[in-house]
Design a binder for this molecule. Structure first.
Ligand code: NDP
Length: 344
């Protein structure tokens, strides 16, 4: 096999055409050229808390998982500052440090990492085929833990002030806004839930919603509207978030009258929904209308050997700890699946 590798390389092929080493299988590619494709026991796609917990568990089970972490590894925890609600860190821990620790822990047990974006997968038959920008792999089992991406308003001022008063996670960051005035943007369940949660700390919470009615479920609306600390500004969007080093206020625009007003606040919580990172799975796995992977029995899918973990399949909890827990479950299931297969 190494001869094939060398021959292809010395024949003047581009390096990206030569598919690499470990436990490689040789097969005839569509162009009729001989290629080597990495064959892995277990590939984990994603490197947020779900993917990294799966890697820790799988590596400890000697599955030598390969984690395809994407070109911007780490997931949404990297968007937060201090994580105060992850058990085991009484003083809190930076999101980036927590991710870094998880990765080191996985590497200690033999997990391998490639920061490469998956662009296509073929899960119609096993071994599964995974194509990244740089490489191609085959895997006997697969865990998809690609997470979700916060929907942001798309304002330049929002981007500049993320982590400096702008947040997308009330559960993570509410405690930093004790006795402060904050705004929550959105009219769905998340906006209602975040607003109520924020009242535990904040002096006042103003929900800014672009329409004159909420889409949130009735019970969630009632909970928010009956809270004396919460008020609502309807038919309004945020035109700009004010502040240089930290948020000092918001410029609001009434969408009916175009009237501009300013509201002094120290925090802006964007709660306009998440998008699961499942675009590359369309037509290959069962997704719901919002793009979340449909599972049966928690982390299992309808496809044998294919497991999912974290926010890409969870629109309800979306917490680091719940993602990590499902990563552990997915790795345990993948280990059992591979073990059973070896026995039979
Ligand atoms: P949703 O998609 O339900 O709601 C998003 C809200 O943000 C909508 O009110 C929408 O306005 C508004 N919005 C979207 N884009 C913009 C924008 N660019 N500018 C201003 N406003 C915008 O997302 P959620 O995160 O609230 O909920 C997602 C799912 O999770 C839902 O199924 C929900 O039921 C569920 N969930 C359940 C919870 C629970 O049961 N405890 C808690 C939290 C979420 P508009 O209405 O005009 O479209």
């Amino acid at each position: 096999m190494m001869e094939t590798f060398k021959a292809l390389y010395s024949n003047g092929k581009r390096k990206s055409e030569v598919y690499k080493k470990r436990q490689s299988d040789v097969y005839e590619s569509q162009e009729g050229k001989e290629r080597m494709v990495d064959m892995e026991e277990l590939i984990i796609i994603g490197s947020g808390p779900a993917g990294l917990s799966a890697a820790i568990y799988a590596a400890r089970n000697d599955l030598k998982p390969l984690v395809l972490g994407g070109s911007a590894p780490g997931g949404q925890l990297l968007l937060t500052t201090t994580v105060d609600n992850y058990p085991g860190f009484p003083e809190g821990i930076y999101g980036s440090e927590l991710i870094d620790n998880m990765r080191k822990q996985a590497e200690r047990f033999g997990a391998r990492f490639e920061n490469d974006d998956v662009i296509d997968i073929d899960v119609a038959s096993r071994p599964f085929k995974i194509k990244t920008a740089q490489n191609e792999y085959e895997a006997r089992a697969l865990i998809i833990a690609t997470g979700a991406t916060t929907k942001w308003l798309g304002l330049e001022s929002e981007k500049r002030l993320i982590g400096r008063g702008v947040s997308s996670c009330a559960t993570c960051d509410a405690a930093f806004f004790r006795d402060k005035d904050v705004v929550v943007v959105g009219g769905g369940d998340t906006a209602m839930e975040d607003s109520v949660y924020l009242t535990k700390f904040a002096k006042s919470v103003t929900i800014v919603h672009r329409r004159d009615e909420f889409r949130a479920t009735k019970i969630m609306q009632e909970r928010a509207l009956s809270n004396p600390k919460i008020k609502v500004i309807y038919n309004t969007v945020i035109d700009e978030i004010l502040g240089n080093e930290r948020v000092t206020g918001v410029k609001l625009k009434n969408v009916k009258t175009n009237e501009l007003t300013e509201l002094p606040v120290q925090g802006v919580f964007v709660a306009i929904g998440n998008m699961p990172n499942s675009g590359f799975l369309k037509g290959k796995l069962e997704l719901d209308e919002q793009g979340y992977i449909i599972t049966n029995e928690e982390v299992k899918t309808a496809i044998d050997g294919l497991f999912v973990a974290g926010d890409v399949a969870d629109k309800r909890y979306q917490q680091a700890i719940t993602a990590a827990a499902s990563g552990a479950k997915a790795a345990i299931e993948a280990g059992r699946f591979l073990q059973n297969e070896k026995r039979s």
